[in-house]
Design a protein around this ligand. Structure first.
Ligand code: UGA
Length: 444
């Protein structure tokens, strides 16, 4: 099928474009960012994602994928046009739909004939109706609107694309449902016969819903994940007070098949561009429609509270006063496996520590450049051992596997205070203590 992905240089857009091209569709990725598009045309990805570079090169070489910064014939003649532009959070928690509106205006005048426009951007209930009226007012084409939410996680985006837990298609158009079934056919029940040498999931559940339900499924999925994290951080605080070990407690409760083990890692809270944004948006839209979502508000408040918990503990570990203390912070990305520092709680914690007068030296295996662009006021160190030089405290804020393999005797020699605060429960406690450092962790 012919597919156009608008926002094709962004995280969701790029992974979707590459994934669909690998499935054999003819894909064009369209993005306003001409510099990034120029890089993509020669196979250079703007994001760090396992398996993406190879897949991108293979799809460009096979002729299934190209990139452009202008909407043109490939989009107007596409069977499916995906909208995957950003819908960032405004200060009040609502979604900023400027980019989505621009795309809809441009598509309304460009599209001819019968096209399925599938929205991957997470947009509030009501936006689809507004899009429909824009198309009806300004275009003379027949547009079938679909909400097809994305459940990709950064760091495992390519794997997630080929192993979806479910495919959600929200639309009131029977024709669009058929087009989307064809697009995703190899994944779906009955699609086993379609030959492919890709490592991919088969027999994936397809849920065809109304537009509203598809949108709420997306928001509620992220809100539920956020709730699990706030829940486990709350239990970690209980463990801290009662003398329990949250890693054992989470393991113990996770064996219950009704609960499961995933998303039960206590830490510094949930960061990143999605969980908080979607939780805030759900709270905001519920309020707009007259419902105060107290439970969701508590999930959010618990996440904010976790920042204070971390800073307070760091203060205690350096003797009660942060002013003038040197803190080595290991980890800037909002989670291991990505170079994304947008809404990274690590940056917020560093700024809180600096506001209290601490001197921070921060390290990350891949995200220093991105962090420097957002936070030029922070001092960065090229490796963890340099970061630890003269430090009163080593504070681990991202769950990078390499922080589980650090040479703690080197850090012990370099640092001053000989304490490690493991904000992610990733550090090797025995190696740390053997090197003579005091080990403190969340909920243990
Ligand atoms: C999240 C969802 O997991 C995806 O399903 C969804 O598609 C995506 O948002 C989106 O809406 O685009 P992502 O933002 O990549 O994916 O991040 P997660 O892996 O969910 O992690 C979010 C935050 O929670 C990170 O800071 C992570 O370190 C933290 N986390 C996660 C924990 O503190 N504990 C856990 O057990 C799991």
């Amino acid at each position: 099928m012919r597919v156009s992905v608008i926002g094709g240089a962004g995280y969701v857009g790029l992974v979707t474009a590459v994934g669909l091209a690998k499935l054999g569709h003819q894909v064009v990725g369209v993005d306003v960012n001409a510099t990034v598009v120029a890089g993509l045309q020669s196979g250079v990805s703007p994001i760090y994602e396992e398996g993406l570079d190879d897949a991108l090169a293979a799809c460009i070489a096979s002729g299934n994928l190209r990139f452009t910064h202008e909407l043109g014939d490939e989009t107007s003649e596409a069977d499916v046009v995906f909208v995957a532009v950003g819908s960032p959070m405004r200060a009040d928690g609502s979604a900023d739909l400027a980019a989505v509106s621009d795309v809809v205006k441009n598509l309304a005048t460009l599209l001819r004939g019968h096209t399925v426009v599938a929205v991957k951007s997470t947009v509030p209930v009501g936006t689809i109706a507004a899009m429909r009226s824009e198309f009806e007012t300004h275009g003379d084409s027949v547009i079938d609107l679909v909400v097809n939410p994305e459940f990709l996680s950064e760091g495992s985006g390519m794997w997630d694309f080929f192993h979806p837990s479910r495919i959600i298609v929200g639309t009131d158009s029977a024709r669009a449902r058929e087009v989307m079934r064809d697009l995703y056919a190899p994944f779906l029940p009955g699609g086993e016969g379609i030959s492919t040498d890709l490592d991919m999931a088969r027999d994936v559940p397809l849920l065809e819903t109304t537009v509203q339900d598809a949108q709420i499924i997306k928001y509620a999925s992220n809100a539920f994940l956020a709730t699990r994290i706030s829940f486990i951080n709350e239990v970690a605080a209980v463990c801290d007070h009662l003398g329990g070990d949250i890693t054992r407690v989470a393991e113990g409760i996770g064996y219950d098949p009704r609960i499961g083990h995933r998303y039960l890692q206590a830490g510094i809270g949930f960061g990143g561009p999605c969980l908080e944004k979607d939780l805030q948006a759900l709270i905001y839209f519920a309020a707009e429609h007259g419902y105060k979502a107290n439970f969701l508000e508590s999930t959010l408040a618990r996440n904010e509270e976790q920042l204070n918990v971390i800073v307070q503990r760091a203060r205690e570990l350096v003797g009660g006063e942060l002013r003038g203390k040197k803190i080595s912070v290991l980890g800037l990305a909002f989670k291991g496996g990505t170079n994304d520092v947008r809404t990274s709680l690590s940056l917020r914690i560093i700024h809180l520590l600096m506001n209290f007068g601490a001197v921070v030296s921060a390290h990350d295996p891949v995200a220093i450049e991105e962090a420097r662009r957002l936070a030029p006021d922070i001092e960065y160190a090229a490796d963890p051992y340099v970061s630890a030089e003269g430090a009163d405290l080593v504070l681990v804020l991202t769950d990078w596997p390499e922080y589980g393999e650090l040479d703690w005797s080197r850090i012990a020699k370099a640092s001053n205070g000989k304490s490690v605060f493991d904000g992610r429960n990733v550090v090797d406690q025995i190696a740390c203590e053997t090197a003579g450092m005091a080990y403190v962790a969340i909920g243990r």
